[in-house]
Design a protein around this ligand. Structure first.
Ligand code: ADP
Ligand code: MG
Length: 348
């Protein structure tokens, strides 16, 4: 689903590569932590996956696409499959919670009816019932990050990237956000999360890829910084069954197409322009009103982030694989959704 083939990234004007011969593959449905000290190359990795940047050497393949070969015209369509959240939330400050989430759907031409249905649904999923009309400054940090997560997942992306999403939050709130990300992953979304916070990684018992000065020094299937033997294991992905996963994938993709399919015909030039604006990056750019917001902020110093002792519980998945009925597919099919040439195939 995400493949780095001997990827080296050298930024102009720097001597040492930010990433040096990084090689790994992430499968559909995995939850992967990208860990390492500040400056080790985590954000660089995520930017390559989003095709915000290209490698100096090697290949990045995401959803079956060699991102180097992806034409600029197709980049916005490619990014529809990827949600992204950041340490600094990047919400539109003058828009309500509802409007912040709806914006993602509006720029891809989703119908009003779909937006009116999908936005409240996703806000409920992330635990923001009753807060639709608030402005970002009327919310706590944890709530603001929930809005950012809602915005990232409302279009049902196949991949969710999270760059230090708990970096500005207190330990208890961070646990809540981690639980939410875990639930989203249980629903079938591949999650890649960059973090320097060991406590969460220990508890989650998920795959850990560790970078040190741009070099991949570790790739543990069920990792953790420290001894995590006392913590109960989450059920491995493969136990869920290929058929259920395939069915879920189909539903998620159909839901995504509902989001992408406007009810009223939209002139294709308008659609293309909207598509150009759709990516998380574009949203971030619209929000980055100050230079501080535009740059990757320094993570909270390690001393400030007290290790949390509260266990991370994984609630029921957002989409229950076992409860998935064929009806779910036919309902979507009844909506008469045509497939899009620009869609990325489900099997990569
Ligand atoms: P992390 O997210 O782990 O803190 P980054 O990927 O942001 O690490 O940075 C890795 C290295 O690349 C650092 O040495 C950083 O200074 C450098 N770097 C990141 N972005 C740029 C850039 N746009 N131009 C030059 N150097 C950069
Ligand atoms: Mg970073």
């Amino acid at each position: 689903m995400i493949r780095f083939e001997h990827v080296t990234k050298k930024y102009r004007g720097t001597k040492k590569p930010a990433l040096n011969d990084v090689d790994f593959e992430v499968q559909r449905g995995e939850f992967v932590f990208l860990v390492g000290a500040s400056g080790s190359g985590k954000s660089s990795c995520l930017r390559l996956i989003l095709r915000e940047d290209t490698p100096s050497d090697g290949r990045v393949v995401v959803l079956g696409r060699d991102l180097h070969a992806l034409s600029t015209r197709k980049v916005p369509y490619f990014r529809r499959h990827i949600g992204a959240v950041f340490q600094d939330f990047r919400l539109l400050p003058n828009k309500t919670v509802f409007q912040n989430v709806a914006f993602t759907l509006q720029v891809i031409g989703a119908s009003r009816a779909f937006i009116q249905q999908a936005v409240p649904e996703v806000l409920t999923l992330v635990g923001l019932d009753g807060k639709q009309k608030r402005l970002p400054h009327e919310l706590s940090g944890g709530e603001q990050q929930r809005v950012a997560i809602a915005r990232a997942i409302v279009n049902r992306p196949q991949i969710l990237l999270a760059d230090e999403p708990t970096g500005n939050l207190d330990p208890a709130t961070s646990v809540d956000i981690m639980q939410l990300l875990a639930r989203i992953n249980e629903g079938g979304t591949t999650v890649v999360m960059a973090t320097h916070e060991a406590g969460f990684v220990d508890q989650m018992k998920r795959r850990v890829i560790e970078l040190q000065d741009g070099v991949m020094v570790r790739d543990d299937r069920h990792g953790g910084y420290g001894d995590t033997s006392a913590i109960p294991r989450l059920a491995p992905q493969e136990e869920k069954g290929a058929a259920a996963t395939a069915a879920l994938t189909a539903v998620l993709e159909l839901q995504r197409e509902i989001a992408a399919a406007p009810v009223e015909p939209v002139p294709s030039a308008v659609k293309d322009a909207a598509a150009e604006a759709v990516s998380a990056t574009a949203v971030a750019a619209a929000v980055a009103v100050t230079p501080e917001l535009a740059t990757d902020p320094e993570p909270v110093p390690a001393g400030d982030a007290k290790p949390t002792t509260r266990p991370i519980k994984i609630d029921a998945p957002i989409v229950q694989l076992d409860g998935l009925e064929l009806d779910d597919l036919t309902v979507a099919e009844r909506l008469g959704l045509a497939s899009d040439d620009d869609e990325v195939g489900p099997t990569s």
